[in-house]
Design a protein around this ligand. Structure first.
Ligand code: ATP
Length: 327
């Protein structure tokens, strides 16, 4: 392994996701395992600019593996988007002689990291930590599995009341630009329709689905709406349906931030642990400007600009399932 990297900074940025703590723990423990010093940068890029940085020890990350959120806190930093902000961040890293970075976050955080690496040459590796699963080059992002499990648990509970009252529930889940959470949870809960930003569906299409369901005497119906659907969120879509179709009593639940909270799933803990170790090993082997990705059970390094390309598509096989299983 190369020796020029001695002091690694780690931080979480953008929206928090369950499993971020497990990733921090893995970065800290593996850096120390390889005899390097490791520094926690609090509140993402904003904390970097303000020098909110502390050395972490093995015990600093005890008892966090099972905790949601992030012990390093997260933030969105407007200042880091400016050249002056990034210069200030670089000065603070230099004060601590930090010579490499691990950023745990989503596409925005990686865009910032990519620019920073090009400007200042500090090696950086990204770990995909976002519930949205919207990064290219990895089968899963840390937090996605936990968030979808929370959504499924909530919808199972809602279905109990839906089926007792001939109700139609519109349930809004996170996903401004990507429908991964909606699609997966829709399949897992037997939703009659799934409204996705990636798929055009009209109110008339939805009414035709509901009409068929009523003729089959279906008494409980769940429609999952990704918040970024072009027809609007669950409240707007339910209103449009109510104006034109009255067979079912309509109810709306917006799951909101409950989706981000709680203990990470076993899957996310393992993925975060693998990626945390791979990020440190990658840096020590000379990798930079890459994201750790999981592809068919193997951890790989994906160039950051590939990871943030936004070309990732919903799986057509899974999309087909929705059609077959809701007849
Ligand atoms: P999530 O997917 O959960 O929203 P994210 O990492 O995409 O996470 P963002 O808010 O988009 O979250 O980005 C996090 C931070 O990254 C921003 O607050 C900003 O400081 C930095 N960042 C994003 N885009 C850029 C950019 N173009 N240049 C510099 N910094 C950026």
């Amino acid at each position: 392994m190369q020796t020029q990297i001695n002091r690694i900074g780690v931080f979480t940025s953008g929206g928090d996701a369950p499993g971020m703590n497990a990733a921090i723990r893995a970065v800290v423990r593996s850096a120390i395992y390889y005899d390097r010093k490791v520094f926690g940068i609090f509140r993402g890029y904003q904390g970097m600019i303000e020098g909110d940085i502390e050395e972490l020890q093995l015990r600093s990350v005890s008892n966090i593996l099972d905790r949601g959120g992030t012990m390093l806190k997260s933030a969105r930093s407007k200042e880091f988007r400016t050249k002056e902000g990034r210069r200030a961040a670089y000065e603070k890293l230099k004060e601590k002689n930090i010579d490499a970075l691990v950023v745990i976050g989503g596409d925005g955080s990686f865009t910032g990291a990519n620019i920073f690496e090009q400007e200042y040459g500090i090696p950086v590796i990204g770990i995909p930590g976002t519930i949205d699963n919207d990064l290219c080059g990895t089968n899963a992002t840390i937090g996605y599995d936990s968030a979808t499990n929370v959504v499924v648990e909530c919808i199972d509970k809602i279905r109990d009341t839906a089926s007792s009252h001939n109700r139609l529930f519109f349930i809004e889940v996170m996903g401004r630009d990507a429908g991964f959470i909606a699609l997966r949870t829709g399949i897992a809960t037997g939703a009659i329709a799934i409204m996705l930003p990636e798929k055009k569906q009209s109110i008339e299409d939805l009414i035709s689905i509901l009409d068929k369901a009523s003729k089959r005497r279906k008494t409980s119906n769940i429609v999952i709406v990704a918040e970024g659907d072009e027809l609007g969120g669950a409240v707007e879509i339910a209103k449009k349906i109510e104006e034109q179709y009255s067979f079912y009593e309509t109810k709306v639940t917006v799951l909101g931030h409950i989706q981000r909270g709680g203990s990470p799933s076993c899957f996310d803990r393992v993925l975060a642990s693998q990626m945390g170790v791979a990020a440190v090993e990658g840096l020590l082997e000379g990798e930079s400007n890459v994201m750790t990705g999981s592809q068919n059970g193997k951890i790989v390094y994906v160039p950051l600009d590939e990871a943030i390309k936004h070309t990732i598509k919903l799986n057509p096989e899974i999309l087909k399932l929705t059609k077959i299983l809701t007849i």
